[in-house]
Design a protein around this ligand. Structure first.
Ligand SMILES: *[C@@H]1O[C@H](CO)[C@@H](O)[C@H](O)[C@H]1NC(C)=O
Ligand SMILES: *[C@@H]1O[C@H](CO)[C@@H](O)[C@H](O)[C@H]1NC(C)=O
Length: 499
């Protein structure tokens, strides 16, 4: 390490000072968590709910459901009672109904109203902490139907008029982009065990008091914990139907301010510190009971952020902001579209753990089966390689996606190394060196621009059941989620330059 410092004349001085300061801090505080509730252990739970349409907006509210934002937040009193922070009236707030901090200019706009309601619910749930307050874990539910005649979704951030696109996106007709029926079981305590949940359906005839959901879409997240013992366990269920063949359900740790992944309004969440590559790890326990069929893209972990193609942070300008995602898909039925004959589905190069660059045309060495799919931002102006561009409609702005599959090369980061790892019957607690891995992934940037700081604003786990032919059901539990900040090493800054 001493030699390394000597060699780096340019910034050896500041790096060395920084390291000294950092080491003295870390000596005192060895486990630095980026989330407000490390390991999901806090009895006083904070959980939020959000419903998204195809382009991560609301569009139209479901009848009598209010705006698709809700929360269940409470403290546990010394006498063992739950003191709730959010009322059902708060949860039912819908467009046109006033509350603190929604102005007249926003009150009739379903999209902005939902964003403001999230901030309002956040203010009720907020927990004071250092270095920043935090609000809630976020349950995110998304309907993949897209009615191209609705005019609701922009194209790479640009407003476009309604268009015909038969068969390209699922939609049963007018109204297919609807928000769900939301049933809320406010958390209760019984014999020392606390539990509550959100559930419902996209089928608007669904009745919260009915048990059955045959032939209907369905989602459910139930949380449960024994007082003072272990972690909250979040039990998830997601079912597609003929009318709703593409659904997504994730549990996310989002930024507590600024934008979170795929969302262009100010958000509330759990990340009181934004983890930055390469200096963080993620710990989680995942137990998948039912996989959700061949087209369930189950993400052991999905990381999302936003930066511009010139490396600058996003500022809300949807024409130049770009959402970036990377996902580890653990459904063993998910094929690698990236292959020696399908190089346009691969990132232009792979960086090994030893920091060697392997171009995708190097058929002897490129790890094709480690990548499901890569797609470049639709607004990238200087693509040097032939690549697919990502779907232009499914985010409020252009997006870039790097999708990984289990492979031996990811083993060094604690990631799954072979098909079936972490899948049904193989419940595990993972400790993923997400920071180190994500610092080596390819993301597009305009030539000659300074590398973007890879600060991640959303980390989530869950599934996306893609345009299924039949009713598919996924069931899983998630617990122990934590994001751990790791101390920087002397090389980190130089590595980013290298890529
Ligand atoms: C919002 O909509 C309601 C009901 O249609 C209307 O009475 C009200 O004037 C609208 N407010 C604004 C600021 O446009
Ligand atoms: C492989 O790709 C790299 C980068 O695009 C290029 O410089 C090189 O010439 C290519 N090699 C072959 C054999 O095509």
């Amino acid at each position: 390490m001493g030699i390394a410092i000597m060699e780096k004349k340019q910034h050896s001085h500041s790096t060395f000072l920084f390291l000294l300061v950092f080491l003295s801090i870390t000596r005192v505080q060895s486990h630095v968590s980026a989330v407000g509730d490390p390991g999901m252990k806090r009895d006083g739970l904070r959980v939020g709910f959000e419903g998204w349409n195809f382009c991560n907006e609301v569009g139209q509210e479901a009848p009598l459901m209010g705006s698709p934002r809700a929360a269940d937040c409470f403290d546990l009193s010394d006498s063992g009672k739950l003191i709730h922070k959010v009322t059902e009236a708060d949860n039912k707030l819908g467009v046109g109904q006033p509350f603190d901090s929604v102005g007249p200019q926003d009150i009739n706009n379903t999209d902005i109203y939902a964003a403001k309601k999230e901030l309002y619910l956040g203010s009720l749930c907020e927990v004071k902490d250092t270095p920043n307050p935090w609000q809630f874990w976020m349950i995110m539910l998304k309907n993949g139907n897209y009615d191209t005649k609705s005019g609701l979704c922009p194209q790479n951030g640009k407003k476009v008029p309604p268009f015909d696109s038969p068969g390209r996106f699922p939609c049963f007709g007018k109204g297919c982009m609807n928000q769900p029926i939301l049933c809320h079981q406010q958390t209760q305590i019984k014999e020392g065990t606390m539990s509550g949940g959100f559930s419902g359906s996209y089928d608007l005839g669904f009745d919260c008091d009915d048990d059955g959901y045959d032939g209907l879409s369905y989602y459910e997240v139930i949380w449960e914990k024994k007082v003072s013992v272990g972690s909250w366990v979040f039990k998830h269920k997601l079912k597609t139907s003929k009318k709703y063949p593409w659904l997504m359900l994730y549990l996310r740790a989002d930024a507590t301010k600024g934008f979170s992944g795929g969302y262009h309004y100010d958000t509330r969440g759990m990340l009181k510190i934004l983890p930055e590559s390469p200096n963080f790890k993620v710990r989680l326990t995942l137990d998948i009971k039912l996989g959700g069929g061949a087209k369930s893209q189950f993400y052991l972990l999905d990381i999302g952020s936003c930066w511009k193609n010139n490396g600058a942070p996003c500022d809300g300008d949807v024409l130049s902001d770009v959402t970036r995602y990377s996902e580890m898909i653990i459904n063993p039925e998910t094929p690698a579209w990236c292959s020696p004959t399908g190089q346009r589905n691969c990132p232009p190069y792979h960086i090994t753990a030893e920091d060697r660059k392997i171009y995708r045309n190097d058929t002897d060495n490129f790890p094709y089966s480690a990548y499901h799919y890569y797609c470049a931002p639709g607004n990238a102006k200087h693509l040097e390689h032939e690549v697919d561009t990502c779907d232009p409609y499914s985010n409020p702005q252009a997006q870039e996606i790097v999708q990984l599959l289990p492979h031996p090369i990811w083993g060094q980061y604690g990631y799954p190394t072979k098909k079936g790892d972490g899948w049904v019957g193989d419940a595990r607690t993972w400790e993923l060196d997400v920071g180190a891995l994500s610092s080596r992934l390819y993301f597009y940037q305009d030539p000659g621009t300074p590398p973007a700081k890879r600060k991640w604003t959303s980390l989530d786990s869950g599934t996306e059941i893609f345009v299924s032919d039949s009713d598919e059901v996924a069931e899983w539990t998630l617990s122990d989620f934590d994001v751990i900040i790791t101390p920087p090493t002397i090389d980190d800054e130089d590595k980013l330059q290298l890529y």
